[in-house]
Design a protein around this ligand. Structure first.
Ligand code: ATP
Ligand code: PRP
Length: 211
C-alpha cells in the first residue's frame, strides 16, 4: 500500500476518465498536466499527496485490490466481470452510463444446436444464462463484438449499448437487458481502514455530487 499520507487513484482511460475529471476537479483533485497532453501514466494533482494513475479499464480493480492504488474509478461491467473480491464499492458515480444487453440479428433461422454467444464479458454472460437455467456456448472476444453474428462466429452477443447506433449500423437489435451500467468508486479494503481520514471525505463529497 502507498504511504499513509498519500493517496493513489486509478482511473480507467477513455470515456470514464473524460467523465470523471470534472468530478475529481470539483474535489480539487485536478491533474497538474492534462492527461491527453502527456505520455505520463502517473499524474500529480493540485492536491498535494494525491496522484492519479490512468490505466486500462480492466486493470483498475487489479491495482486497487492489490493496494497499488487506494481508490479506483471503474465501470460496473468491469467490476462484475472481475468478481468484486477484496474491494469496497461505496459510490455510484452515475457517469459513463449505458446498458449491458444480449443482442442479435433481427431475424434468425431456427437453431438445432446450442446457442453461441460472443462477448468480452465471459463471467457475466455465464452467470446470466446460468440464472435462467440455459446452457450456451460462450466465445471470448476482446472487442468489436458486433462483427461476430455478421460473420457467423456467434448467434448472439453480450455487449454495452448507449445510443444503440453501433448495433443498428450492423443490423443487430437488443433482445434482453442484462443490467444497467455506470462507473463506481472502488476502495482497497486495507486502505479504507488505514487511510480512513483521507478517504472518507472523498466518499462523502462524491456521494453529495453524484446524488
Ligand atoms: P480497453 O482499453 O480495455 O479496450 P475500452 O475500449 O472498452 O477499453 P472504453 O470504450 O473507453 O474502453 O470503455 C471503458 C468503459 O466505459 C467500459 O468499461 C464501460 O463501463 C464504459 N462504456 C463503454 N462503452 C460505453 C458506451 N457506449 N457508453 C457509455 N459508457 C460506455
Ligand atoms: C462500446 C460498445 C459498443 C458501443 C455502443 O464500444 O462496445 O460497441 O460502445 O455504443 P452505442 O450504443 O452508443 O453505439 P466503444 O465505443 O467503447 O468501442 P470499443 O469497445 O470497440 O473500444
Amino acid at each position: 500500500m502507498n504511504r499513509s499520507h498519500n493517496l493513489t487513484i486509478a482511473v480507467s482511460k477513455g470515456r470514464i476518465l473524460t467523465e470523471a475529471l470534472p468530478l475529481l476537479t470539483e474535489l480539487g483533485i485536478r491533474p497538474v498536466e492534462a492527461p491527453e497532453q502527456t505520455r505520463k501514466l502517473i499524474l500529480e494533482t493540485a492536491k498535494p499527496g494525491i496522484k492519479l494513475v490512468v490505466v486500462r479499464a480492466t486493470d483498475v480493480p487489479t491495482y486497487v485490490e492489490y493496494g497499488a492504488a487506494d481508490l479506483g474509478i471503474a465501470g460496473k461491467d468491469v467490476l462484475l466481470e472481475y468478481g468484486g473480491k477484496g474491494l469496497y464499492e461505496p459510490v455510484d458515480l452515475k457517469i459513463a452510463r449505458c446498458k449491458m444487453v444480449l443482442a442479435g440479428p433481427k431475424k434468425e433461422a431456427k437453431l438445432n444446436r446450442r446457442l453461441r454467444v460472443a462477448t468480452k464479458y465471459i463471467k457475466t454472460t455465464r452467470d446470466y444464462f446460468a440464472s435462467r437455467g440455459e446452457q450456451v456456448e460462450i466465445i471470448k472476444l476482446y472487442g468489436s463484438m458486433e462483427l461476430a453474428p455478421l460473420l457467423g462466429l456467434a448467434d448472439r452477443i453480450v455487449d454495452l449499448i448507449d445510443t444503440g447506433n453501433t448495433l443498428k449500423a450492423n443490423g443487430l437489435v437488443p433482445l434482453e437487458l442484462i443490467t444497467w451500467i455506470s462507473s463506481r468508486l472502488i476502495v482497497n479494503t486495507a486502505a479504507m481502514k488505514m487511510k480512513h481520514e483521507l478517504i472518507k471525505p472523498i466518499i462523502n463529497q462524491l456521494e453529495q455530487l453524484c446524488k
